[in-house]
Design a binder for this molecule. Sequence first.
Ligand code: NAD
Length: 468
Amino acid sequence: MKPMDEKMLHELVSAVVKRISFEDVVKDGGFSPAFEKVDDAVEISVKAQRKWQFEYSLDKKKLIIDSLKADLLPQVEEFSSLALKDTGMGNLKDKIMKNRLAIEKTPGPEFIRTSCTTGDEGLVLEEHAPFGVIASITPSTNPTASVINNTICMLSAGNSVVFAPHPGAAESSIDMVQRVHDSLISHGAPEGIITVLSRISMKNVGALMSHPAVRLVSATGGPGVVNAALSSGKPAVGAGPGNPPVVVDETAHVEQAGKDIVAGCSFDNNLPCTSEKALIVVNCVADQLKRKMLEEGAFELKDPAKIEALKEAALNEKRTDPNKKFVGKDAVWILEKIGIKAPGNVRLILVECELDDPIIQVEMLMPVLGMVRVPDFDAALEAAIKTEHGFRHSALIHSTNVDHMSVMAKVMETTMFTKNGPSFSTLGFGGECPTAFTIATTTGQGPTTPLSFCRLRRCNLHGSFRIV
Ligand code: NAD
């Protein structure tokens, strides 16, 4: 063998280094979808969207989105753990269920339907077209499931998306965008079809929403972000806060109601905006309901001094908002903070109180449930209306009286209404519903699907094309 001279050695080292860097790049997806500058994220998003809309057939889009779902499922424990570690809110078992649900039951391109009408004057075709680049602002309470759910819906409609995640969930949100992007690219989607802002500030979010190339703003969060989206001058999907009351009347299957309420209210430590947040029960079944709830893992806080300590700790000074440090924490942790050592199986803290108590009226986003007794269904309905604050978000009833169910569904005017089930059944768990983690309460698109991120376009062929 010929001895290796310095030139040959140099060439060999360069070739190895080149191969290692290439492999690293390929392993990492070859491209980072995280951008510090708004302009950079939007610029690549515009290019990717044009390609996605015009160069990818419907079949190809569906194949890529189905492949994304298949790629994400085996990673679900990993990114659910990261979301928990990053935010310190919720619990792993329920986060896994939520993310799995987002992957399996978010509707895809099959949801887009075309309508066609023919008559003496010709043929009219109406199709759901993409907006273009969407700015999506996501909450801390649902970081990874929101990225998955929004990506599937928005891309199925032919859009691209730039995510602006909550600063309190930045690491898990950016990681989620990277995973989703890597999968999409590996199946042939254009680079930059989803991007994410890596430097998150109100200024940056504002700049993103008002960027001239952004065609639609989707905001999921509290009233601040929804109002900001509505003031952006762009079409908006505004998914705002709620305070879902659950009514139990004298005709309810009380045992089932108790089981469902504990399960729904404690799910992911009450983080979902749709979860039961106030219990209103007709007096004659209240004791039976409470007994069942205690069997199911509720802990009743009765001592007035401890109830006061709970409000002191878990609410802000004015008692108008929750204390962020308590949001999404589990019931045992919360009880410990007020000096109560509870058994590990406690899932929910139940507090009997008056209707105007902040535990009832504030969206607590933690497993603390206020319970109000009322004499009859009419009083329950009045209390539920007061508790929902006109958000038109979610409400629930346990009843076998068809009139009660119908009246409440009509009068509450909520986007989501659940009869005789836990709140999460209306998100798709064990229910018939497709899944939405952006529930457009304020702007009225409702539980979002690909259709919520489309604009309707009409094409008229005047005078011909009927075949009979
Ligand atoms: P949040 O309002 O604190 O934050 C949401 C996002 O908006 C974050 O990315 C934040 O950085 C940004 N933001 C907040 N104010 C803004 C402003 N003025 N301008 C620009 N950006 C702004 O919400 P959160 O605490 O993460 O989430 C909890 C809230 O979100 C609850 O009220 C819950 O009910 C609601 N929520 C609603 C839905 C729904 O589908 N309707 C889903 C999840 C959460």
